[in-house]
Design a protein around this ligand. Sequence first.
Ligand code: ADP
Length: 462
Amino acid sequence: MSLKLFSPIRKTLGLRLSGYFVLFTLGGLGLFAATYGLLSYTLYHRDREAIHTALTDYAEAYHRDGIDAIKEKVAESGRGGALFFFVRVSDVKDAFLYLPQQWDEEFDLERLSSAGSDASWLDIRSKNSEDKEVLEITSLRLADGALLQVGLNSEGRLDLLEVFRSTFAAVMILVVVMGLAAGAFLARRALRPLRDLLSLLRSIVSTGELNARAPVSGTGDELDELGKLFNITLDKIKLLITGMRHALDNVAHDLRTPMTRLRGMAEVALRTDVPAEQLREALANCIEESDHILAMLNTLMDISEAETGALKLDIKPVNVGKLVEHVVELYGPVAEEKGILISTAVPQELTLSADRSRILQVLANLLDNAIKYTSRGGRVDITAALRAQQVVVTVTDTGIGIPSDDLEKIWERLYRGDKSRSQRGLGLGLSLVKAVVHAHQGSVDVVSDGAHGARFTVFLPA
Ligand code: ADP
């Protein structure tokens, strides 16, 4: 499998992170544009208002004391360090009455002579074409016909905006650089568990080895949780694979003996000199062996169907007393032959919602084992009762018991205890019991001291 499979994750994450960063930068620029627009608009109007107020002040001074008052006021404003206004006064014939000389050096004031007196605004550019500043002027026709023109150099405003622009640019560059560096560092650190997981996956894909585990930092975040779950999944997969291998080995091993016997019998039957009687016997043995193999395969199928939930259950109310009676009837003759006493204690009215034939199979397997592993003269007790909404059935025998080491293993497919090898059996009975009981949402357990019998208890929802 190609490892390129994983690269889209990285690309997508990287792309998403850079996308966020571009959005962040665009947001910053948008914020700057809005603030800059608002600031320049406010400053522009503030200047115009100041010019207008100055125009009114100068007009009042002119009305009071004539042109000298204007001169006095201009000189005063120069001394006070307040805003320094441009002031020009011309008479009706546009003859120049007053104009401080220094303005003429910087701005082309020729245009002022032709300017109207309708209080509209006039922008006069600087003589130096590289300078952006303008002289913003408005005018007022005075009572004696003279024209008063007052203006302000936009340089102060433009300088302020320039400072704002360069400060913002410096801050923005700093923020972008720091953001990039911190973002790259944090993203790298945050994605480390993912990188570890990817390299682990790569090693699993290339070697097929399931022993390695993802490092878990214990921070409890999502990636840490992912690592933990991944390790749990690996544990489960490993357990399943080991179980499957084990089961396959056992099936192969357990099939080999009957298959070899089958082949041997067929070979005997094929010999031409075999009398008819022996031939018939060989064929009968072949059928018996085939039945044995078929029973084993069918039970294996039943177990895996019950475990995967594919087993169809015909759930109906079942009378537990009658069911136990039926099982005892089936195994009564075998027990009698071995001199084993079977006793039952089941309340008559006790019922259970279950698949009758499957639960019969469960009880039959438990009773079969109890008789099988109990020596002559022993006894088997079957009880059933309702406890906390559960039907609890016990099968207790006085047999050979189960060693404590075996208590876990006896539920595995094809497992047979050492002491049981002399008895007939496939090692599938208890696996089927467990799978069927679990399929009914119940549970089963066993207690044994390893020498004096065993007690199996089945818990089923009532
Ligand atoms: P089988 O009986 O065919 O061997 P089971 O799955 O029914 O297979 O049982 C698995 C093993 O559990 C047996 O081989 C035996 O060692 C042990 N076992 C089951 N039931 C009993 C019992 N009642 N007493 C002692 N050992 C038992």
